[in-house]
Design a protein around this ligand. Structure first.
Ligand SMILES: Cc1cc2nc3c(=O)[nH]c(=O)nc-3n(C[C@H](O)[C@H](O)[C@H](O)COP(=O)(O)OP(=O)(O)OC[C@H]3O[C@@H](n4cnc5c(N)ncnc54)[C@H](O)[C@@H]3O)c2cc1C
Length: 393
């Protein structure tokens, strides 16, 4: 067992930290305006390109950074310290594209996305289909030249800057869940709402309507009927990122609360010496250390190619545990700051709002618990709570 950073991981961690530091300069603008101005977007993009950390999940030969899962975790934890969703500025193609794009789709979508000249939004959720993807009502009806897509997609993150969607629809009449690549400029694609959310985010999560949108046969990503598998592949990667972002946010909140508690004097004592405040700090340090260890071990497991079904349940465990811990840490940090913790100018207040969604998107905590219990029922306890056996990896 080796629990120290290698020289390579330490270097990546520092690069992630440097990038996050540069992007912190844009937090106040996002908080004030609820978005980034076009000028700031250009600056952010240049900073991200310079860092060499964009598309870190994509292979080097395609122009990505080619990082392993553990390497990505180490970088993304640093980016998680950014409030207002600025971590999303460090773009990456969806796993579904990396896995299933044809050579033509790679040229048209994947390579430009890696270069930062195109962006995709993931359009899965609908008014009647959230946790239950089998309820998806968006249809793709066969036509002589391809498919005609109709339906509504909600909460499309990056939908404002995306110029295409990775969209889930059911092909009729066989009712086969399928992923499509749909260009945003096509006739029949309409943004119907730009809702406001609890957090202020660098980009938007709009709702879209698709009315008789005509696409060719070449718009199918993977195969007809492959939609749920591809959607799962996307979530697998993104859930690990959600877990690790939450920990980056939690560390920033805790570090800030700790500094404050060491300095602030009330009742003749530094507040860290008041037992109730000290206990909150201790509990937060435990939440952070335990979850960080588990998420890193999970990423290491992913890189070793352990059994996918078990890994999927471990990813669910990591997402539940890390995001719920981050919620507790952020809540305590606000409390430790007192009234100052409730000021929007305090990053701790923003983290408190920011991490709330991590228990909802990419699979709610409740549904992730179902994934864990399902694995327990099918394969028992060992795979989830023991370390990998050398013979199996
Ligand atoms: C800011 C934001 C950004 C998002 N970005 C995207 C995006 O880019 N693309 C995209 O496709 N979607 C996106 N989503 C949607 C997100 O993934 C869904 O909100 C989430 O999957 C939950 O679906 P829902 O909101 O319909 O809630 P529901 O599925 O209706 O759930 C409501 C409640 O019931 C619980 N529940 C549901 N089923 C069960 C069950 N079987 N057992 C126990 N409890 C259950 C849930 O846990 C939840 O507490 C985003 C959401 C938000 C808020």
């Amino acid at each position: 067992m080796e629990f120290a950073y290698s020289a390579r991981l330490a270097e990546l961690k520092q690069r992630g930290r440097d990038l996050a530091k540069k992007l912190t300069a844009f937090e106040d603008e996002c908080e004030e305006d609820g978005r980034l101005s076009p000028t700031s977007r250009r600056q952010v993009k240049e900073i991200v390109l310079e860092s060499g950390l964009s598309s870190m999940n994509a292979p080097i030969e395609a122009g990505g950074a080619g990082l392993s899962c553990l390497e990505q975790v180490v970088v993304e934890e640093e980016l998680g310290a950014l409030t207002n969703g600025l971590w999303a500025a460090v773009w990456r193609p969806t796993a579904a594209l990396l896995i299933a794009a044809t050579p033509e789709q790679r040229e048209r979508y994947l390579l430009p996305e890696i270069r930062g000249t195109r962006f995709g939004g993931r359009a899965v959720t609908e008014p009647g289909a959230g946790s239950d993807p089998k309820a998806i009502a968006t249809t793709a009806v066969r036509t002589p030249n391809g498919y005609r897509i109709s339906g509504e997609k909600w909460f499309v993150t990056l939908g404002d800057i995306a110029d295409y969607f990775v969209l889930a629809a059911v092909v009729e009449p066989e009712h086969a869940p399928t992923m499509f690549l749909v260009d945003k400029h096509l006739p029949g694609v309409e943004c119907i709402e730009m809702p406001k959310y609890t957090h202020q985010f660098a980009y938007a999560h709009p709702h879209f309507r698709f009315t008789d949108v005509e696409v060719g046969h070449d718009a199918v990503l993977g195969a007809v009927g492959d939609g749920l598998r591809l959607s799962q592949a996307t979530f697998f990667e993104e859930r690990i990122l959600v877990a690790v972002h939450a920990l980056g946010a939690a560390e920033r909140a805790l570090a800030s609360a700790l500094d404050w508690a060491r300095d602030r004097v009330q009742g003749g004592e530094r507040i860290i010496r008041h037992q109730q405040i000290g206990a909150m700090l201790a509990d937060s340090a435990i939440d952070l250390a335990v979850n960080r260890t588990f998420v890193h071990q999970l990423a290491w497991d992913v890189d070793r190619g352990s059994d996918l079904k078990t890994l999927n349940a471990k990813v669910a465990m990591a997402k539940i545990s890390a995001t719920e811990a981050a919620g507790r840490v952020a809540d305590r940090a606000v409390q430790i700051f007192g009234g100052r913790g409730y000021l929007r100018s305090n990053p701790v207040e923003r983290i408190y709002r920011d991490v709330r969604v991590d228990r909802i998107w990419m699979g709610t905590s409740e549904v992730q618990r179902l994934v864990v219990v399902n694995e327990l029922d099918k394969r028992g306890l060992d795979g989830l709570v023991h370390f990998s056996d050398p013979a199996t990896v």
